[in-house]
Design a protein around this ligand. Sequence first.
Ligand code: MTE
Length: 342
Amino acid sequence: MIIICVRSFSRSTNAIKTEIFMLIKRSSDILPSEITPEAVYLKRRELLKMAGIASAGLVASPSLLAAGPVPGDAGKRLEGIRKSPFSTDQEPNSWSDVTTYNNYYEFGTGKEDPSRNAKDFEPLPWTVKVSGECDKAGTYNYEDIINPHTLEERIYRLRCVEAWSMVVPWVGIPLADILKRFAPNSDAKYVRFQTLYDPKRMPGQRRRILDWPYEEGLTIAEAMHPLSLMAVGIYGYELPNQNGAPMRLVVPWKYGFKSIKAIAGIKFTKRKPRSSWEKAIPSEYGFYANVNPDVPHPRWSQARERPIGAGVFAGKKETLMFNGYGDQVASLYTGLDLRKNY
Ligand code: MTE
C-alpha cells in the first residue's frame, strides 16, 4: 500500500488543501475480507473525508489512518469463505456505511438506532423453529443449520424501498441448500420467515409500529433460487447485531424489506403468507416487492436511487429492473403482471 499526500493552493478559498490518496494493490483472487483491514475499510470516500480534516489544519498522521474505519466493533472472523460468481464487481460500501445506516425497527426507527440499541443483544445461543409442509420439522440450533455448509462471499446490490441503495459484501449460504435439508413436500408452495419475538431483548417490539414478529415470505421458487442467500456475516466477519445477527435473508432483486433479519422461524406453507409490511399498508407494500423502476411507490418514484456513501454531490442513479438481476430472475415471473403483483 502506498500513501500519497498532495497539497494544492485554492484561489477561491485562499487556503492550502491537502489530499491523501492511497494506492492499493489488490489481487483478483483474494476475498476483500482477506485484505488487511486498513485496505478494506479505508476507502476513497473516507480518505477524502480525512483530506477534509487535513485541509482544516489537522495532520493526517499514520495513527489517524490506522484508526480510521477499521472494524473495532467487528465480531468473530469467519473462516473458509469461498468466492462466488454471483458477486458484483462494484465497490462495496464501507463497514461503517453498512453497520450504521440500518433499518431494523425492533431496535428503533432511526437509521442509526439499530447500531446503538442492538449493541448488547446476544444472538447466541439461537434456535430456529422449522414447521409446516416438510418432513424434517423441528427446532434446530444455529450451529446445526449453518455448520454443515461452506460459507460464500456474495457481494450484492441492496435497494431499499425508500429509494437508497448500497453494495454489501455478505457472507452466507445459498438459502436452497439450507431449505432442502428440511425436506419440503409437494404442498410447500411458499416459505414464511419470522424474526425472533422477544420484546425484552428487542425493545422496538414494545411499540406497536408493526404486527410483531416481523414476517416475510417468498414463493418456493424464489426461495430456492440460487441468488437467495442466508447471510451470517459481512466483510468476512460474523453478522453485526444491527444487520440481523445471527442469520438473515438476502434477496437482492427485491426491495430490502424482504430481507428479514434475525430469523427464528421458517414455515413451509400451501398458501401465500402475508408479510408484516403488507399487513400494515397493503396499498404500498406487496408480497412480491421486486425492484421495479416502472412501478412507483404510491408516495414517491422508484425510478432513481440514492447510493449511500457516495457524497452529497454524487446525485442519484437510475434504478434497474430487478435491481440489475433480471437476467437471472425474470423467468420466475413469466406471465405475471408486475404492476398488479407489486
Ligand atoms: N428485518 C427485521 N426483522 N426488521 C426490520 O425492520 N428492515 C428491512 C430488512 N429486514 C427490517 C428487516 C428493511 S426495510 C431493509 S432496507 C433491510 O432490512 C436493511 O438491512 P440492513 O440494515 O442490513 O441494510
